[in-house]
Design a protein around this ligand. Structure first.
Ligand SMILES: Cc1cc2nc3c(=O)[nH]c(=O)nc-3n(C[C@H](O)[C@H](O)[C@H](O)COP(=O)(O)O)c2cc1C
Length: 182
């Protein structure tokens, strides 16, 4: 993991607070980490948290820092992982919509993209969401399945984001695979 470059996308799910543990784990393992947050994600966790953990500014805007942030961030990374991925993010990715920095990066990044969905059970089981997940798999995205368990809305069921350690291991094994095919 030392010296590897990872891009983490955070969309607006309550599990965004767990992504701080994932980012910390990656940094402690020696990776360089850039974090991109959607507007909704920034309502749930402050960018300063990720800035402090990575030692790098957090990217939030397409028309902000840098001339072409969607190109520059994509070029710097070996792997992109979105955690948590909202129902909205899944839909945008499945349809190729690009109306903010994170969704544009999903199109401008050419390496492996791992997606860790997280949402309420009713949302997760909706036909539209399942259709989008199936489309993303068919398009080559790696879906890190959500788990069953306690959800912040008080329900129990499928939809809980995979644990940060599980996501870390998925990232590590994909980076390892990239190294052996380089
Ligand atoms: C407190 C709170 C928690 C939310 N948690 C989730 C969630 O876990 N999963 C999800 O798909 N949407 C969740 N939402 C709804 C999304 O934030 C909303 O659909 C938003 O438009 C997603 O935007 P984004 O995909 O650009 O981040 C939550 C909303 C609120 C207010």
């Amino acid at each position: 993991m030392r010296g590897r470059e990872v891009l983490i996308g955070v969309s607006g799910g309550i599990a965004a607070y767990k992504t701080a543990a994932l980012v910390s784990r990656l940094v402690q393992a020696g990776a360089g980490v850039n974090v991109v947050m959607t507007r909704a994600a920034r309502h749930l966790v402050g960018p300063k948290t990720f800035q402090a953990l990575t030692g790098r500014p957090v990217a939030t805007a397409l028309f902000g820092r840098g001339a072409h942030p969607h190109i520059e961030l994509a070029a710097a990374a070996e792997l992109l992982c979105v955690a948590p991925a909202t129902a909205n993010l899944l839909a945008k990715a499945a349809w190729g919509l690009a109306d903010d920095l994170l969704s544009t990066l999903l199109l401008s990044f050419s390496g492996p993209i791992l997606i860790a969905p997280a949402m309420n059970t009713v949302m997760w089981q909706k036909a539209a969401v399942q259709r989008n997940v199936a489309q993303l798999r068919a398009d080559g995205f790696v879906i890190i399945e959500p788990e069953e368990g306690y959800l912040s809305c008080g329900m129990r069921g499928p939809g809980r984001m995979a644990e940060p350690e599980k996501i870390f291991q998925e990232i590590a094994s994909h980076l390892e695979r990239l190294k052996s095919t380089a």
